[in-house]
Write a protein that binds this ligand. Structure first.
Ligand code: NAP
Length: 326
């Protein structure tokens, strides 16, 4: 059970990726009382990647886990409280807001910064669930080493798929990128890196319609995929030892259903040039509100914005309360 130091905080931050941690650094450095929660993936998606080469300030690149760990310690240094807990409910009717944690603990917060991020999209196949973690994965950094000298496939045509595929060539003997169209949406540099890699092949205009293998009791082993040619409709076997998904993300907004406005794809909607959500004093930062850039640096940037806006909101609130008391 997390031991909270206060019953009411200036800022409660949900999520500890680069967006949440940057918000924590700025808000705690502004002398606000800050509490934050790790959620189900402490440190967020960056802890699942390998080398981050495009975060400014690291001329040789930086390990994703180390980058998050440094941000975490930077936030702790200014007094932010970071707890291993999952937020199960937020009550946004009336201020301060009430937050409930998975062990039933409740506390209040004058402002909320939602930095709950996004999770990998899945295909939605029954066989995907059956072989998940046993041949099917969405994290090459986590599971790639299991496929040394074996053949794997990666689904997707964006940067994630190119990155996963290129990373997997460290281990796998062959990596096939299966894309549903014949045109990639990945950035030119990521495409080139994958295409120039002699271990990478492409299967264009195909979709994976099933995954087959052995699944006796707890022993599971992927043997291959059923792939469908989207131009001819033909379905055939495609033998591989493993499958990695690189097909995008879904924002983690379940906590806020019916409470905060979302767009058609479920991303939290914020005011133009702002992190302000549809509820005053609730700010959304990072991947939970960004379906365009989704970079660690843009997440950190919006985290900073969220903290500055929370600080301004609290100052205005204080002015209003002082005026009302006169
Ligand atoms: P994305 O750009 O949305 O690409 C998702 C890919 O998956 C698309 O090619 C899409 O096909 C395909 N797809 C989606 N649903 C599918 C399904 N059900 N079955 C088969 N294919 C499906 O997502 P992303 O690659 O995760 O990238 C997201 C953002 O993060 C981008 O802005 C990207 O630049 C950034 N990113 C950057 C880096 C880096 O710079 N190191 C690394 C990873 C991601 P269609 O093309 O046909 O829609």
């Amino acid at each position: 059970m997390p031991k909270l130091n206060k019953e009411i905080y200036d800022v409660a931050i949900i999520g500890t990726g680069p967006a949440g941690l940057t918000a924590a650094i700025y808000a705690s450095r502004a002398d606000l009382s800050v509490v934050m929660f790790e959620g189900s993936l402490p440190g967020g998606q960056l802890t699942q990647t390998s080398e981050v080469e495009n975060y400014p300030g690291f001329r040789e690149g930086v390990n994703g886990f180390m980058l998050i760990d440094d941000m975490r310690h930077q936030a702790l240094r200014f007094g932010a409280e970071i707890h291993f807990a999952i937020v199960t409910e937020v009550e946004l009717e009336g201020r301060p807001y009430t937050v409930t944690l998975d062990d039933g603990t409740t506390f209040e917060a004058r402002t909320l910064v939602v930095a709950s991020g996004a999770r990998p999209r899945k295909l939605g196949l029954e066989s995907e669930t059956l072989f998940w973690g046993a041949g099917v994965s969405s994290c090459a950094t986590c599971d790639g080493a299991f496929f040394r000298d074996r053949e794997v496939a990666v689904i997707g045509g964006g940067d994630s798929a190119m990155e996963e595929a290129t990373f997997l060539t460290k281990f796998a003997s062959k990596v096939t990128i299966i894309h549903r169209r014949d045109d990639l949406r990945a950035s030119a540099i990521m495409q080139k890196r994958a295409m120039d890699n002699p271990k990478v092949e492409f299967l264009w205009s195909h979709e994976v319609v099933d995954i087959y293998g052995e699944a006796e009791g707890r022993v599971k082993d992927v043997k291959g995929l059923k792939v469908k040619d989207r131009k001819t409709g033909e379905v055939r076997d495609f033998p591989v030892d493993g499958l990695f998904l690189g097909i995008g993300h879904i924002p983690n907004t379940d906590l806020f259903t019916g409470k905060l406005d979302t767009d058609d794809e479920g991303y939290l909607v914020t005011a133009p040039d702002s992190t302000q959500t549809s509820v005053p004093g609730v700010f959304a930062v990072g991947d939970v509100q960004d379906k365009v850039f989704r970079q660690a640096i843009t997440a950190a940037g919006t985290g900073c914005m969220g903290a500055l806006e929370a600080e301004r909101f609290l100052a205005d609130l204080e002015d209003e309360e002082a005026a009302a008391a006169q």
